[in-house]
Design a protein around this ligand. Structure first.
Ligand SMILES: NC(=O)c1ccc[n+]([C@@H]2O[C@H](COP(=O)([O-])OP(=O)(O)OC[C@H]3O[C@@H](n4cnc5c(N)ncnc54)[C@H](O)[C@@H]3O)[C@@H](O)[C@H]2O)c1
Length: 433
């Protein structure tokens, strides 16, 4: 197998997050702490995982970060936009994910990461009142202002390369419309202030026009549109969506493949969550919850393949609820009741009660997406990066074939992509392998 020509990861990599709230500030704090040797970057595949190369008897198991040329944590520079948080320290304090003791040694650096004024429109996030907002009415001019922000950040911080990871709020539900059909239609829409263009799409357009890869951590429509795919492909820039796979959906994509592997039936899957952070407050609005619900519901059907297995999975009631409950803060509780059935149709129940910390699970995903999107860009891989579906609740497919949701197939895809890019044989786990 011939290795790809991958440009080296020299110089600084700027990581820009539209949205500096719980996830973004926890991500930045964790990288700064890891850099100081205060904590290991737990949950990050790029930093912690090994990758097997060749057959088992070759005993070649390097760390991924030693195998592929990734940017080093020391080379990362952080920036972002937010209509509320003034800087990453204030964002971290408001979010309350990390304790004061964990913030104290890095507070100066976090405070230095100031949020740029946001492109924000309350129509898309009714529960938030933005104050640090660009006072520009034209959507075209808003895009140009973001392009200027990106360029200023690049110059001021001496960045060699940049990536953008959306860590902003979930926007109101939206289907693609005519304005999303092509780049030309989208640009005309920006100039005409088309109502169907949301803020996240303006950030994405600005990123791609600036040759900056864009990953979508929210369930927003953004990159799932013909115009953004066209723009990414023509400019040779990677994109991927959408919605970080954490908490309950992570559990689903671990459990469902197991039921299918053993040919156990599923009759129902009831999922409910309580959470009390700003994300929960935004999702308390029905039009924003709908965006999240659609992203969460796709998972089970796709993994269990009811068309192939109608007797086992043809009649599943799948219900997802999210309730905003302020006392819980970022420490979400996700309950799942799963009704399964086995031999002779006998029913059984599984209860999962995941007392998780949303942003603790999402932060390493931001890091990995940033580093891998930068790698993809240097490897000349443009458009949808299906191999990163591992990190996402509603992954984008690069072709007409449906996206893969099974966490273990996604992991194989990710590792085999790295092997192929580096000129190693894919691992097949066959008898000799
Ligand atoms: N935490 C998780 O486990 C998880 C998992 C999957 C997806 N997500 C998604 O990630 C996003 C961030 O989650 P969070 O917990 O950090 O939420 P958060 O509310 O703490 O942070 C989001 C930030 O985005 C800002 N924002 C809103 N509109 C903006 C705009 N137009 N431009 C710039 N900033 C804007 C808000 O002011 C807020 O500070 C949400 O969309 C959430 O649904 C989170």
């Amino acid at each position: 197998m011939t290795a790809r020509n991958i440009a080296p990861a020299t110089g600084k990599l700027g990581v820009l997050t539209p949205g500096m709230g719980a996830v973004s500030s926890t991500f930045m704090a964790g990288v700064l702490a890891a850099r100081k040797g205060l904590n290991a970057p737990i949950g990050s595949i790029t930093q912690m995982a090994n990758i097997r190369l060749g057959t088992r008897d070759e005993n070649r198991n390097p760390k991924i970060r030693e195998f592929v040329p990734l940017a080093e944590l020391d080379d990362l520079v952080f920036g972002g936009w937010d209509p509320i948080s003034p800087n990453a320290l204030e964002a971290a304090r408001t979010a309350g994910v990390l304790e004061g003791a964990d913030l104290s040694e890095i507070s100066g650096e976090l405070e230095g990461i100031t949020a740029m004024d946001a492109v924000f429109d309350q129509r898309w996030v009714t529960r938030l009142d933005g104050v640090r907002v660009k006072k520009i009415d034209s959507k075209w001019d808003q895009a140009q202002a973001l392009i200027a922000d990106i360029e200023n950040f690049r110059v001021e911080n001496g960045c060699d390369r940049l990536v953008m990871v959306w860590c902003g709020s979930t926007e109101a539900y939206q289907e693609p419309s005519e304005v999303h059909e092509s780049v030309a239609a989208f640009e005309a829409g920006l100039k005409a202030n088309d109502d169907n263009i949301s803020p996240s799409q303006i950030y994405c357009y600005a990123a791609l026009q600036s040759d900056v890869p864009y990953a979508n951590g929210a369930p927003n429509l953004t990159v799932d549109t013909k115009c953004m795919i066209e723009l990414a492909e023509t400019r040779g820039v990677p994109i991927i969506g959408k919605d970080f796979k954490t908490g309950q959906t992570l559990m689903k994509t671990m459990l469902a493949p197991g039921f299918k592997a053993r040919m156990l039936g599923v009759r129902g899957w009831f999922s409910t969550n309580i959470l009390g952070n700003r994300d929960g407050e935004v999702l308390d609005a029905p039009e924003n919850f709908k965006t999240k619900e659609v992203s969460k519901l796709g998972v089970i059907g796709s993994i269990l393949q009811p068309d192939l297995y109608p007797d086992l999975y043809g009649n599943i009631d799948h219900v997802v609820r999210i309730n905003y409950y302020p006392p819980r803060g970022d420490n979400k509780e996700g309950w799942d009741n799963i009704d399964i059935f086995g031999w002779l149709g006998y029913p059984m129940q599984i209860k999962v009660d995941f007392l998780c910390r949303d942003s603790i699970l999402a932060a390493p995903i931001v890091l990995d997406l940033a580093l891998f999107m930068d790698l993809a860009h240097r490897a000349g891989s443009a458009g949808v990066q299906e191999w990163l579906s591992f990190y996402l609740k509603a992954p984008q497919a690069a072709t007409e074939v449906p996206a893969e949701h099974d966490l273990f197939i996604q992991q194989t895809k990710l590792k085999n992509t790295l092997r192929e890019w580096m000129g190693e044989e894919p691992v097949t786990h066959s008898e000799a392998g």
